[in-house]
Design a protein around this ligand. Structure first.
Ligand code: GZL
Length: 320
């Protein structure tokens, strides 16, 4: 605990030395050199987000500087530092985890480069929107967890033995999807979260974690996955164990990928709460507003739909 406080107090010290400076502005011009520091490309969601940014670069007059941190927060930090050194006009950043990227965000600010956080945020106890970065463009992850829980409560009448597959440890979607879901479940005494373990938002890790947890908790009859990739992995593990997903074990998830909508149509998944990856156009419009001198709200919120057996077939053709 002492180490953790030391790290936080060191970060706060860095922040306070930078916090006094104003947020960098963005001059109006025809073309911009834009940095997009992707976390990894290990799942359809990430690939769809990157495609959205690369397509938007053509229509928004960006010279895009794209990097892929291959799942390493340390590499993402060095990717951001390299963008700063290249003198980009603006950086769009999905911080892989809430804390490791904080110093890089502050270094960009100190070099006069505005940062827009996209799809994940940083620890707002340390760095603030409107002071250290322009804004956070993204979904309400707590609400996504709440919606998943409420669907489950309605479906089961408030009963369930739950295994939870968490996203990347330390990432804002994992932290908040857990908080939103767990706080809702806690209101129902006949619902219990038997175990909660990270599958790192990855399909194969989700499968392996589920295999292990099923051996310890054979009575589990619900799996809540923080993203569809882990949910699909869990479905594979259930079927390998001779269980019928959607019948023996209910699956609730988040994202809205094509494979998830197909699993819903096939009766293997109950619900997936959308978490749209298509940030390119919103990034373009928000950046233009900022360059025009508009004051940007601290959270540019993305509205998400909910996919169930009632609408999955209607939306699967547009899914990624
Ligand atoms: C959510 C995003 C998450 C997705 C996962 O905004 O950060 O990361 O839900 C992805 O699929 O890996």
């Amino acid at each position: 605990m002492i180490f953790k406080m030391t790290v936080v107090s060191a970060l706060i010290a860095v922040v306070s030395s930078v916090a006094l400076a104003d947020l960098p502005t963005l001059e109006k011009k025809d073309r911009y050199k834009v940095g997009f520091a992707q976390t990894e490309s290990n799942n359809p969601w990430r690939i769809a987000e990157t495609k959205s940014f690369k397509e938007t670069a053509k229509t928004c007059n960006w010279d895009l500087v794209y990097t892929d941190a291959a799942g390493s927060a340390a590499k993402q930090v060095s990717d951001v530092d390299s963008m700063i050194a290249q003198g980009v006009d603006v950086i769009f950043l999905p911080p892989r985890e809430e804390r490791p990227l904080l110093p890089a965000v502050l270094r960009a600010k100190a070099q006069g480069i505005p940062v827009f956080l996209v799809d994940r945020s940083v620890d707002e106890k340390v760095a603030k929107p409107g002071r250290d970065y322009v804004t956070f463009l993204g979904s309400n992850f707590i609400e996504q967890g709440q919606i998943a829980a409420k669907w489950l409560i309605e479906k089961t009448g408030g009963k369930g033995m739950i295994l939870e597959l968490e996203g990347t440890t330390g990432s804002s979607p994992a932290n908040d999807r857990r908080k939103g879901f767990d706080d809702e479940i806690a209101k129902h005494p006949e619902m219990k979260i038997l175990a909660s373990q990270s599958g790192d938002f990855a399909r194969d890790k989700g499968r392996k974690v589920t295999e292990t947890l099923l051996q310890t908790y054979p009575n589990a009859n619900v799996i809540y996955a923080h993203n569809d990739e882990m949910a699909i992995g869990a479905i594979q593990a259930l079927e390998a164990a001779g269980k019928q997903p959607g019948k023996d074990v209910l699956i609730v998830s988040v994202d809205g990928t094509r494979d998830a909508l197909q699993a819903i149509i096939d009766g293997k998944m109950g619900v997936t709460v959308e978490s749209s990856p298509f940030f390119g156009p919103l990034a373009c419009s928000t950046m233009k507003r900022y360059a025009n001198g508009e004051k940007i709200e601290h959270w540019v919120r993305v509205k998400d739909r909910v996919f169930t057996i009632d609408n999955a077939a209607k939306y699967i053709d547009e899914a990624y």
